[in-house]
Design a binder for this molecule. Structure first.
Ligand code: PLP
Length: 483
């Protein structure tokens, strides 16, 4: 017997309050496109840092959530009136502080599409194409470093989490019963991690979070080019072993955050091999300069790493967030992160990966899409060009600073970070000059502390920067030196 069906008129069905009707959808489409265009057009005139409206910010903080929604038009009005004016214009061509690139142009579209598809990249059934695309992105990234056929990896929220995950994997590799026993057993020797004085704080942070303890992180001194001293690394490993501690892992940096120095990774790999240390490379800033011909050789030693942290939201100019951890042996990730749960089991498929077994997250967004979209849309060659251009601009900046009588270059320019000091100016004056450069619209530069010295740091990780921008900055700094 056929089940009697009630003919439903569209109006009879209560629509979800969270779905736009046709008119609201059309309006949202129009306003979104207008916003993307307006923002792009406004970039040349935007100030480097917004003149903050503290009243608006306080309002944003404290105003109650409306019971009745304000609708699409008012929502976009809020974007223009309250959010945009209090947002930092990181795409400004003379935004040269930190390691901060503007997004590539397909990024915002890719993020919108990924949100629409809303794939949950935990196990493949919920995200088949996404699983394969993430795999292919990771494969392309790991392929840049010739890690071998067993290599694998996972996209993360950034380089810090990639390094946190790498140290987790290193712990499990060192102590196969780590998952069960943790680090609570006082009868076992403390594990020690080695990195350099110029390493990023994410190494300390990971050691602290994992319970290794900051007292068990050795910050090895650097040479005159701010690279880890391998002789001192070996000395420290021997000293710890002699004192009954257990050397576990060394974190080399491929592109230190202040000076862009690349540690001698091959020599560190020799020490790691001799003393059975896990070799992790923090390449969050620098490793993607492997794309550029002129710096490729610096990263040759990465092929001997056990794991590498990379940041597509830096030199691939993906919108935040996307980092990546690649490992020599994909099984090492599974050893650390795979927990079977009956409610999540689907048939394995050779094409696809259950990324929940490769990292700490269960529900995961489709971060791979924006990376893949950019590689497809622009091609790898465009990213090689962007890396090369940034390197050339930084080299030009370094040469000009070195040639300018009143300016002192503080670091050899290996990648794109240039640190300098203005002769005859105190530290406080340097800080004041950084502020003035922003106010007058010249540039956003950062402070630098390199060894014992302080100064100003410019980092060219901005694909919108031109030679004229660099010259304008140097001319202004030179004027400060003369005045
Ligand atoms: C940026 C950076 C990090 C941190 O990466 P996030 O993506 O910000 O978490 C770590 N190490 C180095 C060398 C970096 O430049």
């Amino acid at each position: 017997m056929a089940i009697e069906s009630t003919p439903v008129h569209e109006d009879d069905v209560q629509p979800s309050p969270l779905v736009f009707g046709p008119a609201a959808r059309a309006r949202a489409n129009e306003l979104l496109t207008r916003f993307l265009d307006d923002y792009e057009r406004s970039l040349p005139e935007r100030s480097l840092l917004p003149a903050l409206d503290r009243d608006v910010l306080a309002e944003l903080l404290t105003e109650p959530v409306p019971e009745e929604g304000i609708g699409v038009d008012a929502f976009f009005a809020e974007l223009y009136e309250r959010v945009l004016p209090n947002s930092t214009a990181v795409a400004h061509p003379r935004f040269l502080a930190y390691v901060q690139g503007p997004p590539n142009s397909v990024g915002p579209y890719a993020d919108a599409i990924a949100a629409t598809l809303n794939q949950n990249c935990n196990f493949w059934q919920l995200s088949p194409a996404a699983s394969v695309i993430e795999r292919s992105v990771v494969r392309w990234l790991s392929g840049l470093f010739e890690l071998g056929a067993a290599a694998g990896g996972i996209l993360t929220s950034g380089g810090s989490v990639a390094t946190l995950n790498a140290l987790t994997v290193a712990l499990v590799a060192r102590r196969p019963d780590f998952r069960r026993r943790g680090l609570q057993d006082r009868h076992r020797p403390p594990l020690v991690v080695y990195t350099s004085q110029e390493a990023h704080r994410c190494v300390d942070k990971a050691a602290a979070i994992l319970g290794l303890g900051l007292d068990n992180v050795r910050h090895i001194s650097t040479d005159e080019q701010f690279r880890m001293r391998v002789d001192l690394l070996e000395e420290a490993v021997r000293a710890d072993r002699a004192a009954g501690r257990e050397p576990c892992c060394v974190v080399a940096t491929a592109g230190t955050v202040t000076s862009g120095s690349v540690d001698p990774i091959a020599e560190i790999a020799d020490v790691a091999g001799k003393h059975e240390l896990w070799l992790h490379v923090d390449g969050a800033y620098g490793a993607l300069f492997v794309l550029a011909e002129q710096t490729r050789e610096l990263f040759a030693g990465c092929s001997r790493a056990d794991s590498i942290a990379l940041d597509p939201h830096k030199m691939l100019f993906a919108p935040y967030e996307v980092g990546c951890l690649v490992v020599r042996d994909a099984e090492s990730l599974r050893a650390a992160y795979s927990f079977s749960a009956a409610y999540l089991t689907v048939e394995p498929d050779p094409l696809m990966i259950d990324f929940m077994d490769y990292g700490p997250q269960l529900s995961r967004g489709f971060k791979a899409f924006k990376v893949w979209a950019a590689l497809r849309t622009f091609g790898a060659g465009a990213f090689r060009d962007a890396a090369r251009r940034c390197l050339e601009l930084a080299a030009h900046l370094g040469r000009r600073v070195a040639a300018e009588p009143g300016l002192e270059l503080l670091n050899p320019v290996t990648l794109t970070a240039v640190c300098l000091r203005i002769d005859g100016r105190t530290d406080a004056e340097h800080t004041a000059i950084l502020r003035e450069l922003i106010t007058e619209g010249t540039a956003l530069l950062g402070p630098a502390r390199l060894g014992e010295r302080t100064g100003i740091r410019a980092c060219v990780t901005n694909h919108r920067t031109t030679k004229a921008d660099i010259d304008l900055v140097v001319d202004r700094l030179a004027a400060y030196a003369r005045s």
